[in-house]
Design a protein around this ligand. Sequence first.
Ligand code: CP3
Length: 358
Amino acid sequence: GGAARDDVSRPGGPADSPFVRACRRRSVPHTPVWFMRQAGRSLPEYREIRANVAMLESCRRPELVTEITLQPVRRHNVDAAILFSDIVVPVAAAGVDLDIVPGTGPVVAEPVRTAADVQRIRPIGRDDVPYVDEAVRMLVKELGDTPLIGFAGAPFTLASYLVEGGPSRTHAKTKALMYGDPELWHALAGRLAEMTLAFLRVQIEAGVSAVQLFDSWAGALSEADYRRFVLPHSTAVLAGLADAGVPRIHFGVGTAELLGAMGEAGADVVGVDWRTPLNVATGRIGPDKAVQGNLDPCLLLAPWPVIEAEVRRILDEGRAAPGHVFNLGHGVLPETDPEVLTRVVALVHELSTRPAEG
Ligand code: CP3
């Protein structure tokens, strides 16, 4: 409603935070920083609270979601929180029988093969994910001026889990369906795009300050195939949120050749992995979008002086972009020492602090 939107737009509020300002290519007091998978197994307090609760079950308990989302914010002084959930949460809400298996990832009981399988993926709305609506509302109250990022999986990455039945290195079944039966592919991706758009709208209505669309596995495709099979569907999601009033981040891994196309889908910010320097990425994405990234998560296992040099390099290269949100190039590894994450946040803030303007 209007009241909530007015409230988040107040000076100093989440819509005026360094994170949202950087996404919008506005001036910032320091480069904002958060970490993909900042909530998770790197934190002992997370391992403790999750000890007797299955992953999907934990995503459906608003109090637990709120506590887990806040854990890294309390610890690290990050500039944004990300809702604790998973990309397959809306897929399960749409009626697909799946589970998240520890150490493996999402596993789908009956992989999608036919048009009838696609038809069975039901449209969703707020009443199908009341726990997400509730968790976001609780979090927005708890977080005060710290912005909350909502997220969803993009059609290609979701389709890969649905067609493969689980994680895949080659995405061979997914590509076989795409090349062998383009009509069925577009029916599946179109349905997933509708679901994703509806799911992100629920989160935006409940008050998130930004959204990130994870197309983690899009880097498996050539640019030509990405443009033909994926871009129209990701565009339906991101361009579909043009009027929603929150910045849209679009992220994938191994996407050096796709960065321009991923920006065209309607992103305000393009996520970049460690393979592409941020100044090179900006050349490919263009001057009208911010970038997010791009420290290699493995680097956090290196000695501190090595990490420090890499953080400096990334901040320098990020100056070529019209806006930079510091992040990793992919998620935090479970074996990461959380104290290193806290130190990286402090270092990014210290190295990037600019004197107030005017
Ligand atoms: O802090 C955050 O970033 C928010 C939490 C978050 C999770 N999943 C929690 C989670 C986010 C943003 C996701 C998105 C997600 N899930 C993606 C896109 C991001 C990416 O990493 O590329 C993908 C591909 C998935 C699918 C998925 N779910 C995988 C590959 C796994 C890991 C399997 C494993 O156990 O190693 C999951 C499970 C999952 N999602 C965990 C967490 C914290 C681990 C489960 C646990 O803690 O028991």
